[in-house]
Design a binder for this molecule. Structure first.
Ligand code: HEC
Ligand code: HEC
Ligand code: HEC
Ligand code: HEC
Ligand code: HEC
Ligand code: HEC
Length: 369
């Protein structure tokens, strides 16, 4: 039996009562509960031995105990028993939700294998395996070295500073990266004790000016046993043709998930492309057409977790407001495939009698198989 927080129970009740998708955009219920000592240590000492652990080997075991990794004298923020990577890791092969008291901890890094039940963002396991797997995930500090091929985020035209989060997430937090980097290069401000507006704590140093993502969060982070075609995350997107050539796709204005990726991959998402029909990059922030080969994919009734879409209003998904986004093809943390894709690109073969019909690119491009 899965334990849910009061907030989530209230939301569950509310959604049952209204018999609708009542989780309005921005209703991000991530509040933790329970005994402080589960997560905090007041003096970094328990029975005389250090209580703060991080680094190689730190993470939750199958039975819910914390495998200690290395004792650490470097403070984790807020007197926590471990850092972001440690508390969101599991040393078990397959557990991606760990029960801790009243909380369920979503696991993003299984240290021994790629789990069969990875959560929505995927899993960092592959990118932890060394240079041959650099392309399988975001290289973040505490999990892997800097990518051996990519000296900056591809498409980044923002920040000159070589250590900035826009260039690398794989260096230690320092003045060069606002003391962020690693997980907090992306989850810039975290709110474990509040219900924040930001979808999954996705925000930036301009959060106060509106730079955060909107969306509707699936309560179990798309844990495979808990999803049907109607129960999943709902991401925010925009229609670039509504915004127009003079407008902007900056996160502060759109709150869209693709604008968020563009925080570091800006040129992959530029506004150029409104009113033209020759694309330099695969389109994003456009409505999925309802004609031609796209007619067979109706994500309102038949949402595909393997090639999802965003919505102009994530709380009231409409077929004519389904938006192609970065996560239509990519996961974010890491995946089982190069380029952090959701499926194996080498298996997408045009006009082929193989078994990939309806998969990957063919979810949308149905007639190319
Ligand atoms: C001591 C354990 C612990 C530490 C350390 C920790 N977290 Fe969490 N985190 C949790 C728990 C528990 C939840 C689940 C809360 C809930 O019920 O939604 C969570 C949830 C999250 C979520 C998902 C929020 C959502 O909307 O579902 C993100 C993102 C996250 N943490 C990022 C971080 C980052 C970044 C750090 C480092 C600054 C961090 N966490 C440190 C325990 C921890
Ligand atoms: C399930 C894990 C968990 C439990 C239980 C927990 N905390 Fe936290 N707490 C965190 C995490 C993770 C942070 C990291 C920063 C953030 O998200 O605000 C945090 C941050 C804080 C902060 C600093 C940020 C803020 O919001 O003010 C304080 C103070 C705090 N906790 C106090 C407590 C107290 C007191 C208790 C017990 C009544 C408690 N916590 C129980 C995980 C937990
Ligand atoms: C805070 C900065 C930042 C954000 C935000 C960000 N990325 Fe990245 N991304 C990077 C950096 C740095 C690299 C190059 C190093 C690496 O591979 O981790 C990268 C690399 C990649 C790669 C290539 C991986 C490889 O090694 O070949 C993909 C694909 C990618 N990002 C997709 C995304 C998507 C999709 C989003 C939004 C959900 C996103 N990124 C958001 C910084 C970012
Ligand atoms: C490149 C940006 C980026 C980095 C780096 C990153 N995250 Fe995330 N994270 C995201 C995005 C985007 C989502 C939402 C995924 C979705 O809903 O499809 C997410 C979701 C999550 C969740 C919810 C579970 C899930 O899979 O949806 C947790 C927990 C989390 N992140 C923790 C972490 C921790 C811990 C780290 C560092 C080890 C980290 N993240 C590094 C962008 C990032
Ligand atoms: C239609 C599917 C699709 C969409 C949508 C998509 N990508 Fe990609 N992306 C790919 C594929 C496939 C690759 C592998 C190489 C190639 O063919 O370009 C890739 C490669 C990348 C790379 C690695 C480039 C390199 O130099 O190694 C990054 C970074 C990236 N994508 C980011 C993004 C961002 C950011 C968005 C949203 C603005 C996005 N992608 C939208 C399919 C997609
Ligand atoms: C979520 C749906 C979706 C997925 C998944 C998707 N596409 Fe697309 N793709 C589109 C849409 C929508 C268009 C633009 C249709 C239009 O307006 O003519 C497009 C256009 C294209 C174009 C033509 C661009 C142009 O200039 O007209 C190519 C080539 C393409 N996609 C290749 C791919 C490949 C390869 C993959 C898999 C890596 C892929 N797409 C995955 C929705 C998708």
């Amino acid at each position: 039996m899965i334990n849910i927080s009061h907030t989530k129970r209230r939301i569950l009740l509310y959604s049952i009562l209204t018999l609708s998708l009542s989780l309005s955009a921005g209703n991000a219920a991530a509040k933790v509960s329970g005994v402080c000592g589960n997560c905090h240590t007041m003096h970094n000492s328990q029975d005389g031995v250090p209580a703060l652990h991080s680094g190689d080997g730190a993470g939750w075991a199958d039975d819910g105990t914390f495998n200690q990794g290395e004792a650490s004298e470097t403070p984790a923020s807020y007197l926590l028993i471990s850092d972001c990577v440690g508390c969101h890791s599991s040393t078990s092969a397959d557990k991606t939700i760990i029960q801790l008291g009243e909380n369920r901890i979503p696991i993003v890094f299984n240290t021994v294998q790629y789990p069969s039940k990875a959560l929505a963002g995927g899993n960092f396991y592959n990118v932890s395996r060394g240079v041959d797997y650099d392309g399988y995930g975001h290289n973040v500090y505490g999990i892997s070295e800097h990518d051996s091929k990519l000296t900056t985020a591809p498409g980044n035209n923002r920040c000159g500073n070589a250590n900035s989060c826009h260039n690398t997430l794989a260096v230690a937090p320092s003045a060069q990266n606002d003391y962020r980097g690693s997980c907090q290069g992306c989850h810039y401000n975290v709110y474990h004790h509040k219900d924040s507006n930001a979808y999954r704590f996705l925000n930036s140093h301009d959060e106060q000016f509106g730079a955060y993502v909107e969306g509707v969060e699936h309560a179990s982070w798309e844990y495979p046993d808990d999803t049907t075609s109607t129960e999943h995350n709902f991401y925010k997107g925009v229609d670039r043709n509504d915004i127009g050539q003079g407008g902007t796709l900056e996160l502060k204005q759109t709150q869209s998930i693709s604008s968020y990726c563009a925080g570091c991959h800006n040129t992959f998402h530029s506004i150029n492309g409104v009113g033209i029909d020759t694309w330099l990059r695969h389109p994003t922030e456009i409505v999925l057409p309802e004609t031609g080969e796209y007619v067979q994919y109706n994500p309102v009734t038949n949402y595909e977790l393997q090639s999802p879409v965003a919505w102009i209003d994530p709380a009231t998904p409409q077929r004519d407001e389904a938006i192609v986004m970065c996560l239509s093809c990519h996961r974010v943390h890491g995946s089982e495939y190069p380029d952090i894709l959701r499926w194996d690109y080498s298996k997408m073969i045009a006009n082929d009698a193989g078994d990939e019909a309806g998969n990957g690119c063919f979810v949308c491009h149905a007639t190319k198989d």
